[in-house]
Ligand binder design. Structure first.
Ligand SMILES: NC(=O)c1ccc[n+]([C@@H]2O[C@H](COP(=O)([O-])OP(=O)(O)OC[C@H]3O[C@@H](n4cnc5c(N)ncnc54)[C@H](OP(=O)(O)O)[C@@H]3O)[C@@H](O)[C@H]2O)c1
Length: 323
C-alpha cells in the first residue's frame, strides 16, 4: 500500500463504518486527515468510533471532526433520511464508500419487502450513488463499492454465479451463500454499468481479502461455526482488510471502472462483463427505485479546495429531487 498521508484531504461518506474492515478503514482515513461522514445502524458503535477518532486525532482548525449518522440503508426510505442528513453536513462529496454488508442464514425481507442481501449489497449502493450524485459532482466524484471474490462462486459452493432475473428476491428458495454471491455480482454489474454510463465519475469495486469481522455473526449452523473457527487464523485483521478501501478512497488516481482484488486490478468473472445482464439489472433496479440521474455536472477532478466549500457558479446544486 502507498503511504496514506500523501493524498489531498477529501470529504468521504463511508457507509458501513461501525464494524469490521469499514471501522478499521475509517480510523486509517481519519488518521490521514480526511473529513469523514460515517454511516451505520448502530448508534452506540458509531458514537464509540467517533470518540476513538477524536481521541487519536486532536481537533485543529484544518480538520473537521467526523460526523456519525445512524441510519439503515436497507430501505429507500432509510437512504433518503441518511442522504438528507448528509446534505446538512456538506454540499460536496469527494468519495462515497458503499461498504455495508450482511450475511444471513434465512431469507430476510426489509421493511420495504426486498430480500436483504439484494437490498444492502446492490440496491443500497445504487440508490446512495444516485441520490448523492449532485454532491459527488461537486467533489472529486469517486465511488468505491466493497465487493467480494464471492461474486465468482459461492462460499463452500461449486459453479459460477449468475443472476436469476426471474427471481432477484430469492422467492423460490434461499441459499445463504448463493444469495450473498448473487448480490455481490449485481453490485459489480452496477459498478461497471455506472462507469459506462457516467465515465466522468470514478468508480471501482474491491475485494478486501478474507477478513476477521462480525459479518458472519448470525451464522449459527454447527458446520459453519466449526469451519470458521478452524480457519479463523487464516483471515486477515480488520486493519489489513481496511487498507484497500482506504487506498482506493483517497489515491490521487484509480483505474476507473475496474475491479480490484485488494490493491491489484484484476479481471472479474465473465458474468460481470455481461452487458445485456447489466442493462437488464439497471432497468429492474430503476423499476424498484426510480430513474438514476442520466445527466449531471461533471465532477471537479482537481477538487481543490477540498469539497465542502462554497458553491462555484458553474456547478450549482440542483434544487429539485435528484431522482
Ligand atoms: N469479512 C470478509 O472476509 C469480507 C470478504 C469480502 C467482502 N466483504 C465485504 O466487506 C464489507 C464489510 O463487511 P465486514 O466483513 O467488515 O462485516 P461487519 O463487521 O459485519 O460490518 C458490516 C458493516 O455494515 C453495516 N451495515 C450492515 N447493514 C447495514 C444497513 N442496513 N444499514 C447501514 N449499515 C449497515 C454494519 O453496521 P452496524 O454494525 O451498525 O449494523 C457494519 O458497519 C461487506 O460489504 C462485506 O460483504 C467482507
Amino acid at each position: 500500500m502507498k503511504p496514506l498521508a500523501t493524498s489531498t484531504p477529501r470529504t468521504i461518506v463511508f457507509v458501513g463504518a461501525t464494524s469490521g474492515l469499514g471501522r478499521a478503514s475509517a480510523l486509517q482515513l481519519a488518521a490521514a486527515g480526511h473529513r469523514l461522514i460515517l454511516v451505520g445502524r448502530d448508534a452506540r458503535r458509531g458514537a464509540s468510533l467517533v470518540q476513538q477518532i477524536s481521541s487519536r486525532t486532536p481537533a485543529s482548525p484544518a480538520t473537521r471532526p467526523p460526523a456519525f449518522l445512524a441510519g439503515d440503508v436497507s430501505t429507500r426510505a432509510g437512504i433518503e433520511a441518511v442522504v438528507s442528513r448528509i446534505r446538512d453536513e456538506t454540499d460536496a462529496v469527494d468519495t462515497l464508500v458503499n461498504n455495508a454488508g450482511v450475511m444471513v442464514p434465512r431469507r430476510t425481507l426489509t421493511a420495504e419487502g426486498m430480500e436483504l442481501n439484494f437490498a444492502v449489497h446492490h440496491l443500497a449502493p445504487f440508490t446512495m450513488t444516485a441520490l448523492l450524485l449532485p454532491l459527488l459532482a461537486r467533489g472529486a466524484g469517486r465511488v468505491v463499492n466493497t465487493n467480494s471474490e464471492g461474486h465468482r462462486a459461492p462460499l463452500f459452493g461449486a459453479g459460477d454465479v449468475r443472476l436469476d432475473f426471474d427471481d432477484l428476491q430469492s422467492n423460490r428458495g434461499y441459499s445463504t451463500y448463493l444469495a450473498y454471491s448473487r448480490s455481490k455480482l449485481a453490485n459489480l454489474l452496477f459498478t461497471l454499468e455506472f462507469h459506462r454510463r457516467l465515465p466522468a465519475f470514478e468508480t471501482v469495486a474491491v475485494h478486501p481479502g478474507m477478513v476477521r469481522t462480525r459479518l458472519v455473526r448470525s451464522m449459527h449452523r454447527p458446520g459453519f461455526w466449526l469451519l470458521s473457527t478452524a480457519t479463523r487464523w487464516m483471515l486477515s485483521s480488520p486493519a489489513k482488510g481496511g487498507e484497500p478501501l482506504t487506498e482506493l478512497a483517497t489515491a490521487p488516481a484509480v483505474r476507473n471502472g475496474e475491479y480490484y482484488n485488494r490493491s491489484r486490478p484484476v479481471a472479474p468473472s465473465p458474468h460481470a462483463h455481461d452487458r445485456e445482464a447489466a442493462e437488464r439489472l439497471w432497468q429492474a433496479t430503476e423499476a424498484l427505485r426510480g430513474p438514476f440521474p442520466a445527466k449531471t455536472a461533471r465532477p471537479r477532478r482537481d477538487s481543490s479546495p477540498p469539497a465542502g466549500n462554497p458553491l462555484p457558479a458553474d456547478n450549482p446544486l440542483p434544487t429539485g429531487p435528484p431522482v
